[in-house]
Write a protein that binds this ligand. Structure first.
Ligand code: UDX
Ligand code: ADP
Length: 468
């Protein structure tokens, strides 16, 4: 039995998955050269910036890991072909957005970037390679990658592994350092198993072997979609109950505590909110729904699709409530949007609930002032422009993005908290109240503010899952 010892890793895609994952692998394996490549020159330049505050991704603890490994055995560059040629193991961490055209539009994952990578690997490689799919992908993609590689391989041996990423943004570095489990799927033939062992040896440098699971490739791929579907389902379930609480007078956080103490249910992912966002939940469920439909499993598809419907309902309900409470009109009224990221401790805004709430309020001709501690103004405008609901000029006319939270809230008719940033809890809410138009409406989409305190200050306060 020959064992492959990996000396050189390449990672295609320097995004939220590829960047942090490779930084941690490089930190833990100083004898392995790790090269992260991307077609975006700008992104690579940011990864190489001598000022670590300019890294393209904000993650607590990331800059310290990059500081240790960068230039030692961690490199960022745009030479995709060079990195492929040099590496024994290649991670594919490119983006796989939901298709915006053709068959499966709005549902299936767009695999064009993955396919391009596979073709490039096959065309450039001069030796055998292990290819690891890291991007979130629909089931059976590994098989497609394998087919492309084999078709173009010129007799070289490629092994394809599935190694789904379970890190959550905002806690990426600690999730990578202390994962609940690492999942590696590979083919059952000897070459596949040798490739699996090579990857196991990398993770085993810092992860207990009992937490490294090896499965067949389809189980690994489907586990990723299933994990995200179950997590999102919990959020939609508690959000469904939050609507009932608002009518009945039950308290959604008390319910979460009561049910979470049942060890069969557990306490995590029961925080009612304005709705889940992020690059994975919606996309993965849509993938699951698409796959189920394509196999004719209509009931299965409908079942999981409901998790997304409930999330859309939650975002819409929150926005509608703002309009209702503001005497059925927000036209020309200043509303502060506090938080644009899809959760705290990240600058990622993909599928953020804030985008949809803002879009709804803009349709009602509100004037929005946005503040987020980590999201840049260009990102806010790009997110709104992408929806195509109105022209770019109008988005810029109706939305202001400011760097001072108090400026965003000064003179506002209403404040809406849309991300659970810790700093929001520490604001001088008395000052905010004094500077706002009266009645001063405060809508907490994350249930982070102390209800009794802000009500005592005089706010008309609304939170998710409480009758006001
Ligand atoms: C998720 C998975 O957790 C991760 O394993 C996978 O690799 C990628 O997708 P991520 O999208 O980064 O990670 O964040 P996560 O912490 O799962 O939160 C997703 C969304 O759900 C956020 O908008 C968050 O605010 C929301 N959420 C989460 C709630 O509204 N309530 C909760 O109780 C938990
Ligand atoms: P994720 O959250 O999955 O990491 P991101 O969008 O943050 O997604 O990162 C994916 C990265 O992959 C982007 O920086 C993009 O430029 C890069 N990318 C996409 N296609 C290719 C390709 N063919 N070669 C190199 N990099 C690519």
């Amino acid at each position: 039995m020959t064992e492959t010892r990996i000396k050189h890793i390449a990672c295609i895609g320097a995004g939220y998955v590829g960047g942090p994952t490779m930084a941690v692998i490089a930190q833990k394996c100083p004898d392995i050269k790790v090269t992260v490549v991307d077609i975006s020159r700008e992104r690579i330049a940011e990864w190489n910036d001598s000022n670590l505050d300019n890294l393209p991704i904000y993650e607590p603890g990331l800059k310290e890991v990059v500081a240790e490994a960068r230039g030692r055995n961690l490199f960022f560059c745009t030479d995709v072909e060079g990195a492929i040629r040099e590496a024994d193991m290649i991670f594919i961490s490119v983006n796989t957005p939901t298709k915006t055209y053709g068959v499966g539009k709005g549902m299936a994952a767009d695999l064009k970037y993955v396919e391009l990578c596979a073709r490039q690997i096959a065309n450039v490689a001069t030796g055998n390679k292990i290819v690891v799919e890291k991007s979130t992908l629909p089931v059976r993609t590994a098989q497609s990658i394998r087919t492309i590689l084999d078709a173009e391989s010129n007799g070289l041996q490629f092994q394809v592994l599935s190694n789904p990423e379970f890190l959550a943004e905002g806690t990426a570095v600690s999730d990578l350092l202390n994962p609940d489990r690492v999942l590696i799927g590979g083919s059952e033939e000897e070459g596949g198993q040798a490739a699996v062992r090579a990857l196991v040896e990398i993770y085993a440098r810092w992860v207990d072997r009992s937490k490294i699971l090896t499965t067949n490739i389809w189980s690994s791929e489907l586990s990723k979609l299933t994990a995200n579907a179950f997590l999102a389902q919990r959020v939609s379930s508690i959000n469904a109950i939050s609507a009932l609480c608002e009518k009945s007078g039950a308290d959604v956080d008390e319910i979460a505590r009561a049910i979470g103490m049942d060890s069969r249910i557990g306490p995590k992912f029961l925080k009612a909110s304005v709705g889940f966002g992020g690059s994975c939940f919606q996309k993965d469920i849509l993938n699951l729904v698409y796959i189920a439909r394509s196999y004719g499993l209509t009931e299965v598809a409908d079942y999981w699709e409901q998790v997304i419907s409930m999330n859309d309902y939650q975002k819409r309900r929150f926005a509608e409530n703002i309009v209702n409470r503001l005497f059925n009109t927000v036209s020309g009224k200043k509303i502060a949007i506090m938080g644009w990221a899809f959760k705290k401790d990240t600058n990622d805004t993909r599928e953020s609930a804030a985008i949809y709430v803002a879009d709804y309020l803009l349709n009602e001709q509100a004037e929005l002032w946005v503040y987020d501690p980590k999201v840049k103004a260009e990102r806010v405008y790009a997110d709104l422009d992408y929806l195509n609901t109105r022209g770019e000029d109008e988005n810029r006319k109706l939305v202001k993005v400011v760097r001072d939270p108090y400026e965003a809230m000064q003179g506002a008719h209403a404040v809406a908290v849309l991300t659970e940033w810790d700093e929001f809890k520490a604001y001088d809410w008395q000052r905010v109240y004094d500077d706002m138009k009266k009645p001063a409406f405060l809508f907490d989409g994350r249930n982070i503010l102390d209800r009794n305190k802000v009500k005592a200050l005089g706010f008309e306060f609304e939170a998710i899952g409480y009758r006001s």
